[in-house]
Design a protein around this ligand. Sequence first.
Ligand code: PMP
Length: 395
Amino acid sequence: MARAAAGAGARRRGAAAAGGAARGAAGAGAAAAPPTAARVFNFSAGPACMYEDVLAEAQREVLDYKGCGMSVMEMSHRGGDYSAIHDAAEADLRELMGVPEGYSVLMMQGGASLVFAGLPLNLTARADAVDYVVTGSWSKKAAQEAGKFCDTVNVVQGDNKSIPDPASWALTPGSKYVHLCDNETIQGVEFQGAPDVGGRTLCADVSSNFLSRPIDVSKYGVIYGGVQKNIGPAGLALVIVRDDLLGSPRADCPAMLDFSTLAEARSLYNTPNCWNIYMCGLVFRKLLDMGGLEAVARANAEKCAVVYGAIAESKGFYDCPVDEAVRSRMNVPFTIPSDAELEKAFISESTAAGLVNLKGHRSVGGMRASIYNAMPMQGVHDLAAFMKDFQARHQ
Ligand code: PMP
């Protein structure tokens, strides 16, 4: 069994999915390598599908990185070969995102969850107030973590299906920052740009829509996310922080969470996650070669339109609970409102058809299609065809 994630009985992509032959893979061809028969379409929310040509490149280099006679996993993080990888990854990320002068890029271990603690420890004193806009599970978690470090965490509560109008947000006068989750991975609620927060410092968790579209970095004080959805393997968080926010960590902030220490050391304070940074670097280069984030965003818009289109065309057989204006381009949650039992059949039949990991998060149920950058266009067309066929057979 080549892939445990596929589960028993999952058909590989080479076989026609239930619902018929795959349709036009073109369009987002730029977004992904052609599928191979050995792999499934993986709709996991993260860790998630990666570009096949990136995986193949890593495979080619795993024993001997460019004639070094060793793997990136075996190199000293202070040596010249790794330094070149590290520097190129940072430079390419800066180019991709158009990071302006005056921002530092940190490549941290510990994932986005550790950054939840890093924000208050670097940007506040205990007595300071902070504002958290809660639009789903991850922003709620971030707010809860901040509550361990700040006396006042003011929550602007949404309903997990929409985003309250920023003009209505009751922000705290003098708060140190406003935090939001740019894309709620579980609920599928996505901000469509940076909201106006009245000149306050805006901090955004972009874990699940990282590099999925252009972003105006200058509107944010901190942009951060784990890489295991849209970029690379789990275990690395990228933090882009405006330099005026550096320099005043709390006295008891651990060194590994101290943004200033990491910035000064250029993410080499200790041994970094070298292999992961190498993998992310391959993805950054690929995205630049594809034409940058505008091209990526066009492909993503096309892909999510196919899935939301399939839901709309079902005339209520499938339902997406999220307000149309804030629907995520990355995570599409949907249900079968008429019969929850049918959802179980949907998940097992789709798995058998090689469309795997479509089960919704355990906290909300239903289904969820995570269609990150590396999901090929073919994957969403196969999913839409499967949805139509499933409806025809079960309605
Ligand atoms: N924020 C969001 C939006 C997420 O989706 C996740 C992971 N699912 C996290 C934070 C936590 O990330 P990590 O596992 O890297 O700590």
